[in-house]
Ligand binder design. Structure first.
Ligand code: F6P
Length: 317
C-alpha cells in the first residue's frame, strides 16, 4: 500500500492520533493524505499532503488540525459516490477514519458498499462505540467536566445550594457516571437508568432536615435538561437549585496523557491493520492488547453497565 488518507472528527486526542498515523506511515514509506473538513471535504476533494514534519507540535492540541464537518450530503448515494471518486482520483488505497459513531457509520458504508479499504479509530467523548472499552477523547472529557464540577462545588458549599450539572454524551451516560463518582455527586441521571424525581426530592428534603446543605446532581444530556430538573427540584423541595450546562468545553482542551497514549497506539495500529490487508474494522485496545471489532458491530448501540457504579455513588453520598 503506497498511499493512504486520514479523515477525522474532533475531540481531544485526535491530533495525537493523526500524528501517530502520519509518522507510522512514514516509517513504512507510505504517503499520507489528509482529508480536510471530514466527509464534506471528501466529497469536495479537499485533500492535502501530510508529511512527517506537518504533524510537528500537534500532540498536545485539542480539536483536529484537519478540521471537520457534519455532512448531510454524504448520507446520499450521490455524495458517497463523489467521496469515492475523490479517493480514486488521488490514488488513495486505504482510509483511516478517526471519529465517533457518525464517522464510523460512514466508514462502514465506504467499506461495505464501495469496497474501500477502511480502518476506524474510535475517538469520541461519548465513549459509545460498541465493543470498545475506551475511545480517544473520553478521558479528557471526564477530566474537563470534573474540573468544572469541582469549581461548582466551591459555590455549592459556600452558598448551601443544589446544583444540577448537565454533561455531554448524547445517548450515553459514560461521562455523567464517571464524573458523578469522581466528583462525589449525590446523584446522577442517566439514559441507561430510570429515575424518579419524587424520590430524589424526598432524599434531598430528608438530607436537608438532617443538616445536609449542598447537593450536586449530574445529568446526561441524552436523558434530561438540567434546567427542567432544577425547576422540578425547586418545586419539590422548596430549595434554591441552579443549573449549569457544560456543553462543548468537554470536547476540547489539551488531551490527557491517557488519551495521547491511546491515540498514539491506536493510530499506529490502524496502519498495521491496513498493511495487513484488513478492512471494515475498528481498532480496540484492552489490557494493553490490540483487538478489532467489525465496523458493522462498532456502530451498534453500546450497552454500558451502570448499576454497580450507580450503587457505589449512592453508598458514598
Ligand atoms: O458525539 C460527540 C458530541 O459532543 C455529543 O456528546 C454531543 O451530543 C454532540 O457531539 C454535539 O454535537 P455538535 O457539536 O454537532 O453540536
Amino acid at each position: 500500500m503506497k498511499r493512504i488518507a486520514i479523515l477525522t472528527r474532533d475531540c481531544a486526542g485526535v491530533n495525537a492520533a493523526i500524528r501517530a498515523v502520519v509518522r507510522t506511515a512514514a516509517h513504512y514509506k507510505m504517503e499520507v493524505m489528509g482529508i480536510q473538513r471530514g466527509y464534506q471535504g471528501l466529497i469536495e476533494g479537499d485533500v492535502i499532503k501530510l508529511g512527517h514534519r506537518s504533524v510537528s507540535g500537534i500532540i498536545n492540541l485539542g480539536g483536529t488540525v484537519l478540521k471537520t464537518a457534519r455532512s448531510k450530503r454524504f448520507l446520499t448515494e450521490e455524495g458517497q459516490k463523489q467521496g469515492v471518486k475523490t479517493l480514486k482520483d488521488n490514488d488513495i488505497e486505504g482510509l483511516i477514519v478517526i471519529g465517533g459513531n457518525g464517522s464510523l457509520t460512514a466508514a462502514h458504508i465506504l467499506a461495505a458498499k464501495y469496497a474501500i479499504r477502511v480502518i476506524g479509530v474510535p475517538a469520541t467523548i461519548d465513549n459509545d462505540i460498541n465493543g470498545i472499552d475506551l475511545s480517544i477523547g473520553a478521558d479528557t472529557a471526564v477530566n474537563v467536566a470534573l474540573d468544572a464540577l469541582d469549581k461548582i462545588r466551591d459555590t455549592a458549599i459556600s452558598l448551601e445550594r443544589i446544583f444540577v450539572v448537565e454533561v455531554m454524551g448524547r445517548d450515553c451516560g459514560y461521562i455523567a457516571l464517571r464524573v458523578a463518582l469522581a466528583g462525589g455527586c449525590e446523584d446522577v441521571i442517566l439514559p441507561e437508568k430510570d429515575f424518579d424525581i419524587n424520590r430524589m426530592c424526598e432524599e434531598i428534603t430528608e438530607g436537608n432536615v438532617s443538616g445536609k446543605v449542598s447537593w450536586i446532581i449530574t445529568v446526561a444530556e441524552g436523558k434530561a435538561k438540567a434546567a427542567d430538573i432544577a425547576k422540578q427540584i425547586t418545586k419539590g423541595t422548596g430549595l434554591e437549585t441552579r443549573e449549569v450546562v457544560l456543553g462543548h468545553i468537554q470536547r476540547g482542551g489539551r488531551p490527557t496523557a491517557l488519551d495521547r497514549i491511546l491515540a498514539a497506539r491506536m493510530g499506529a495500529q490502524a496502519i498495521e491493520l491496513l498493511k495487513n490487508g484488513e478492512t471494515d474494522k475498528c481498532v480496540g485496545l484492552k489490557n494493553d492488547e490490540f483487538f478489532t471489532v467489525s465496523l458493522g458491530k462498532a456502530i451498534k448501540t453500546k450497552d454500558i453497565k451502570v448499576d454497580s457504579y450507580y450503587k457505589l455513588i449512592k453508598v458514598l453520598t
